[in-house]
Write a protein that binds this ligand. Structure first.
Ligand code: XBP
Ligand code: MG
Length: 236
């Protein structure tokens, strides 16, 4: 019997990457006088690595061989990431990034049906609470029994650890749950945690490999707007 729904955040609840995280990274780079600028296409490649600090490390090692990192580079990355989080949460505070179609409706319906809700994401905890508060509802953080986020587990997606951690907190077995994801790293994580997973794609993930998904849809749909079925079935 279905007892809980577990949600990814970035790309699943809202399209946060291109006009949110990416812009916040660039603002942090400018603030620190770095000539780093991540355009939309480059950012798509960098999304291969989850976690903002890990993504910056990956950028320097794979795309900026001209840049010689100092011995304390990890400290600079941590500092840049704090600045990035400040820029990102500031951007969210203006309510500029809406929930994706069907998300709010599904959350309301799930709550009315007595389903338990949780979040399992790679992003920083304060980013999650800011998005929920400004784009969903003032008290939306309280709708979720567990918000598993960021460095709470060292191995980020595609490792299953963040979903396993959330399930442990809720004392639930994966068979009683359903996960919602948007990316290949995300679904590798949820499937390896034993969770049935529904995928809603976006511009950055439409060419990803979603084998193993219960279904792959354009979005969660709204009254008068039926989602496109990319793979699988809406029924059964
Ligand atoms: C999200 C991420 C995060 C965000 C940036 O992946 O990989 O790193 O891009 O947030 P998922 P931070 O949707 O699979 O959870 O800079 O806070 O890491
Ligand atoms: Mg995601």
């Amino acid at each position: 019997e279905l007892q809980a729904l577990l949600f990814d955040v970035d790309g699943t609840l809202a399209d946060t990457e291109r006009d949110g995280h990416r812009m916040a990274f660039n603002a942090a780079f400018r603030e620190y006088g770095l000539d780093w600028d991540w355009d939309v296409a480059l950012y798509g490649k960098l999304l291969a690595v989850t976690g903002g600090k890990e993504r910056m490390q990956y950028y320097v090692s794979h795309f900026r061989t001209d840049y010689a990192p100092a011995a304390d580079f990890a400290d600079l990355v941590a500092e840049l990431h704090r600045a990035k989080t400040r820029h990102y949460t500031e951007l969210l505070s203006h309510g500029e990034i809406p929930m994706r179609p069907g998300v709010k409706r599904l959350l309301h319906e799930a709550r009315s049906a007595g389903l338990r809700l949780a979040i399992a994401t790679t992003t920083t905890p304060e980013n999650v609470t800011a998005l929920l508060r400004h784009s969903l509802a003032e008290d939306a953080s309280n709708w979720f029994e567990v918000i598993a986020a960021g460095d709470i587990v060292p191995a980020k997606k595609p490792a299953p650890d963040i979903y396993v951690w959330a399930l442990q907190q809720m004392k639930l077995s994966p068979e009683a749950c359903f996960a919602f994801e948007d990316s290949e790293n995300g679904i590798r994580s949820s499937l390896n945690a034993g969770l049935k997973t529904l995928v809603t794609i976006n511009d950055y993930t439409s060419d990803h490999d979603f084998s193993g998904a219960a279904a792959v849809l354009s979005d969660l749909g709204e009254p008068g707007h039926t989602p496109r079925v990319i793979h699988g079935s809406l029924h059964g």
